[in-house]
Design a protein around this ligand. Structure first.
Ligand code: PMP
Length: 322
C-alpha cells in the first residue's frame, strides 16, 4: 500500500496516511482535514444545523451561536454562510488567529473571552457568554455541541461507516476526545455493527472528561474543563491520557517526514503508538482519526518560541533526534 492512500474512488472521507511507512507505527491515520472547512467538524456542523432546521428552530432572523475553540466555528461559518444565517462564535484567547480570521472572512462575528471562569478554565466563561446572549435576544439559537445528539450522529452516519468501508478487518480505533462527538458516534456505530473492534479514547493530561484532575492545557480541540454531556463511557474500552509535551514532539516528528497535522493529531498518534507497542501484534489493524491539518497552528505548535515559552526550552529536544 502506498504511504498516502485513498482506497475507494477518490473521496476525502477515504484518505489515509500509513504511519508504518512514516514513523514505524502500525497505524492508519484517517485525515479529516481535506474539506472546505478543514476539519472533522464539518460533519457535526451540517448535522446539527440541519437537525435544527428539521425541528423548526431556525427562521430567517435566527442567529446561530456556538462556543468553539476554532474548528466547529470555522465549519459553522461555512454552513451558516451557505444557508444564509448569521453566525456568532464565542471563543477564547487560546483559539488560533488563523481560525478567527477564517471565520471573519466567511462573515461570522467572533467574540473572544479573555478571562477564565472561576474554575480556571475557559469553557465555563465561554458558555456563560453564550447563555447571556441567548437570554438577551431570542433570535439567538445555541446549537450546544456538548449536548447536541447531532454532534455524535454525524460520526455514526459518516465517520464510522467510512472507516469500516476502508478497513473491514479493523481491530482497534483511536479517537481523540473533545466534545466526544467523534468518539461517541464512532463508538456507538462500532459497538452496534462490529462489536469486536476496540474503541480507545485519547485525551490530554489536564482534561476532566474521564474523571481526571484539571490542569492547564494549551492545545485546542482535545480535552475539556467541563465533562461533556454526550459522553457515555460504557461504549469506550480504554482511555489514554497524553501530556502536551508528547503531543508537540509527535507533531514535529510527523512534520519532519512531510506531514503537517494539527495538535490533536499529535496527541492521538502519540497515545496510539504507545498503546500499540504494548497491546498490538504484527497482525493488528489499527486506525486513528486525525481531526485537522497543521496550517492553523503555525504560530503555536509549529512555532519554536511559542513551544519553548509554554513547555520549556527542552520541549523540542527529542523531536529533532527522532
Ligand atoms: N481535534 C480538533 C483539532 C478539534 O477541533 C476537535 C473538535 N473539538 C477535536 C479534536 C475533538 O473532536 P470532538 O469534539 O468530536 O470530540
Amino acid at each position: 500500500m502506498p504511504i498516502i492512500s485513498a482506497p475507494q474512488e477518490f473521496n476525502a472521507e477515504d484518505l489515509y496516511v500509513d504511519l508504518n511507512a512514516v514513523i514505524g507505527s502500525p497505524l492508519h491515520l484517517k485525515c479529516e482535514g481535506f474539506n472546505f472547512t478543514g476539519s472533522v467538524k464539518l460533519k457535526a456542523a451540517v448535522e446539527m444545523v440541519e437537525a435544527a432546521e428539521r425541528d423548526g428552530l431556525l427562521g430567517p432572523d435566527s442567529v446561530l451561536v456556538e462556543s468553539s475553540s476554532g474548528n466547529l466555528g470555522v465549519a459553522l461559518s461555512v454552513i451558516a454562510a451557505s444557508k444564509g444565517y448569521r453566525f456568532v462564535c464565542v471563543t477564547d484567547s487560546r483559539c488560533n488567529l488563523a481560525s478567527k480570521r477564517l471565520m471573519e472572512a466567511l462573515g461570522a462575528t467572533v467574540y473572544t473571552v479573555t478571562e477564565p471562569a472561576a474554575d480556571g478554565g475557559f469553557l465555563g466563561a465561554r458558555l456563560a457568554h453564550v447563555r447571556r446572549l441567548c437570554e438577551e435576544d431570542k433570535r439567538y439559537v445555541w446549537l450546544n455541541q456538548y449536548a447536541n445528539p447531532g454532534n455524535w450522529r454525524a460520526h455514526y452516519r459518516w465517520t464510522a461507516r467510512a472507516v469500516d468501508r476502508s478497513f473491514p478487518a479493523l481491530d482497534v480505533l483511536f479517537v481523540g476526545a473533545g466534545t466526544t462527538g467523534t468518539l461517541m458516534g464512532c463508538a456507538r456505530w462500532f459497538k452496534e455493527h462490529r462489536p469486536t473492534v476496540r474503541i480507545v479514547a485519547v485525551d490530554s493530561v489536564g482534561s476532566v472528561t474521564f474523571g481526571h484532575p484539571p490542569a492547564p492545557r494549551m492545545i485546542p480541540g482535545l480535552g475539556t474543563g467541563v465533562r461533556p454531556q454526550l459522553l457515555d463511557e460504557s461504549f469506550v474500552d480504554d482511555v489514554l491520557l497524553v501530556p502536551e509535551t508528547d503531543t508537540v514532539r509527535m507533531c514535529h516528528r510527523l512534520a519532519a517526514r512531510g506531514f503537517l497535522f494539527g495538535g490533536s493529531t499529535g496527541t492521538v498518534v502519540s497515545g496510539a503508538t504507545a498503546w500499540l507497542a504494548e497491546h498490538g501484534t504484527p497482525e493488528t489493524t489499527a486506525v486513528a482519526i486525525a481531526p485537522d491539518l497543521g496550517e492553523r497552528y503555525l504560530d503555536t505548535v509549529y512555532h519554536a518560541t511559542w513551544v519553548q515559552g509554554v513547555y520549556g526550552a527542552d520541549a523540542l529536544a527529542t523531536a529533532s533526534l527522532t
